[in-house]
Design a binder for this molecule. Structure first.
Ligand SMILES: [Zn+2]
Length: 114
């Protein structure tokens, strides 16, 4: 796993989509959610982030996202359904969105996705 330099754009929220190459992994429909799972590659330091974003249309302020570092090897076997468990297994991850009223904080352990 590449550990990004602390001063890199990918380590300093708020994050901008333009700083990343994005490739889709798919949609996670666990528990009836529509979680969009993708890999964001930092254009500056090439670190890879597994990105998960979900929104519940019926509820305002429900948008939330999570992203954690991942390796190319782990991406090979990653599926949308495994993404949350993977992020929970990390030492830390970023999370944010309107649900958390945050543009990015560091989290660890349980992912409040539902
Ligand atoms: Zn970076």
């Amino acid at each position: 796993m590449i550990t990004p330099p602390k001063d890199c754009v990918c380590m300093n929220p708020p994050f901008a989509y333009k700083d990343f190459e994005i490739r889709s992994i798919g949609t996670d429909s666990t528990n009836g959610r529509y979680g969009e799972v993708s890999v964001h590659t930092c254009k500056k330091c090439n670190s890879l982030w597994l990105h998960y974003i979900v929104e519940y249309e019926a509820f305002s302020k429900s948008g939330r996202w999570f992203k954690g570092l991942i390796t190319e090897k782990e991406i090979e076997t990653m599926t949308p359904e495994k993404a949350i468990k993977y992020i929970e297994s990390l030492d830390w991850y970023f999370y944010g969105g309107s649900y958390f009223d945050s543009t990015g904080k560091i989290g660890k352990g349980f992912v409040r996705v539902d």
